[in-house]
Design a protein around this ligand. Structure first.
Ligand SMILES: [Cu+2]
Length: 156
């Protein structure tokens, strides 16, 4: 009986070590610059509705962001004057997964076209470059997004 208990304890201990190792590997990967990032478009996350799963994403130059259409009725649209100079207009289709490769450093502000005044806004910071921060601050948000934007922009 005692022996069985001990070996069970052993197995559990080994499992704990394994899980902890896996967790720290995943965690460390996220803390250092992730190669790519995934953002989910959601109807609900916690107490928030109409929301991107991550409001701020930091990536390296040349990295891709993947937006997953986890809920229906959303898209990703770069905000006019909310992206580095020379970046073309970008607007994805509703209900579709979409990916964008960020080759120019700077801040990219985007929103969901039908929910842009409901707080469905997001930012991508590429190459830790905030040279267009003034332009980002000048974006005219409306509704709930107007309340959310200042804190987000301050934490870019
Ligand atoms: Cu939306």
């Amino acid at each position: 009986m005692q022996k069985v208990k001990l070996s069970m304890k052993n197995i559990i201990n080994r499992l704990v070590i394994l899980v902890t190792t896996l967790f720290s590997l995943i965690f460390l990967n996220n803390v250092s610059f992730a190669a790519d990032a995934t953002v989910e478009m959601l109807n609900k996350q916690g107490k928030e509705s109409m929301v991107y799963s991550q409001k701020i994403v930091r990536i390296n130059v040349g990295d891709k962001v993947f937006w997953k259409a986890a809920s229906k009725g959303h898209n990703v649209a770069f905000i006019k004057d909310g992206v580095p100079e020379g970046i073309e207009k970008f607007k994805s289709k509703y209900n579709k997964d979409v990916e964008f490769k960020f080759d120019v450093p700077g801040i990219y502000a985007y929103w969901c076209t039908p929910h842009k005044s409901m707080g469905m806004i997001g930012f991508v910071v590429v190459g830790d470059n905030k040279s267009n921060l003034d332009a980002i601050k000048a974006i005219r948000y409306t509704g709930k997004s107007k309340k959310l934007a200042p804190d987000l922009i301050n934490s870019l």
